[in-house]
Write a protein that binds this ligand. Structure first.
Ligand SMILES: [Zn+2]
Length: 212
């Protein structure tokens, strides 16, 4: 199992090098976390927010799932992992920002495209999950007739971030904090091959590259 051997080798390097040097920092962190930002990113192994934003432990409250999606607010039962994390970030940690960060070449977004309008979702968990952006996918496909799957996927990657930002505002405690200027919502998209981050303008929803 080379993957597990590498994992444990990495842990030993961490203990011998990073932790040995920074152990006082970790011991201070033991008293509690006070991150200023929540990042909602994709579970994709290539887009680690801690790496992309050069974060240290304690700096960001990070939630990662398939395609960095936020479902709309729902009352009642169910196992609401995203909602629970949001509630904790906003109500307990009082984060100042929530960043929804997507990425180019997202397999979850492609999975949403693989379920054409009008057909039953296939797959046990992924297809129903990515149907969160089903209506957005249908609109993107209608607005771009003849576009290739790659073009549709690239457009949907941006649109899905806007959709998650909209869905965040359906949570009463998020809306309340935003309207009281205690919380701001932001969107970003990372391009793996170039390392470029595109930032979503909160006023008009347009994405522009961030300069180095
Ligand atoms: Zn992804």
């Amino acid at each position: 199992m080379p993957a597990l051997v590498e994992l444990l080798a990495g842990y030993r390097r961490f203990r011998e090098r990073s932790w040995a040097v920074e152990k006082h920092f970790y011991q201070e962190l033991d008293s509690g976390q006070h991150p200023g930002v929540m990042v909602i990113g994709c579970a994709d192994s290539r887009v680690d927010p801690a790496k992309i934003f050069d974060l240290v432990p304690g700096q960001a409250f990070v939630l990662r799932n398939v395609a960095n999606l936020v479902p709309p607010y729902e009352e009642g039962g169910g196992l609401h992992g995203v909602s629970a994390a949001l509630e904790f970030a906003v109500r307990a940690l009082n984060v100042s920002y929530i960043l929804v960060m997507g990425h180019q070449g997202c397999g979850g977004i492609r999975a949403a495209l693989d379920t054409p309008p009008g057909s039953e979702p296939s797959g046990e968990f992924i297809a129903p999950w990515v149907e969160i952006i089903g209506a957005i996918r249908d609109r993107v496909m209608q607005e771009n007739p003849g576009a290739s799957r790659e073009e549709l996927s690239a457009r949907l990657e941006f649109e899905a971030i806007r959709g998650s930002l909209d869905n965040l505002m359906t949570f009463p405690f998020v809306r309340e904090a935003v309207e009281a200027d205690r919380l701001a919502l932001r969107g970003g998209l990372f391009t793996i091959a170039t390392g470029q981050l595109h930032w979503c303008d909160p006023q008009d929803g347009r994405f522009t590259p961030i300069g180095a």
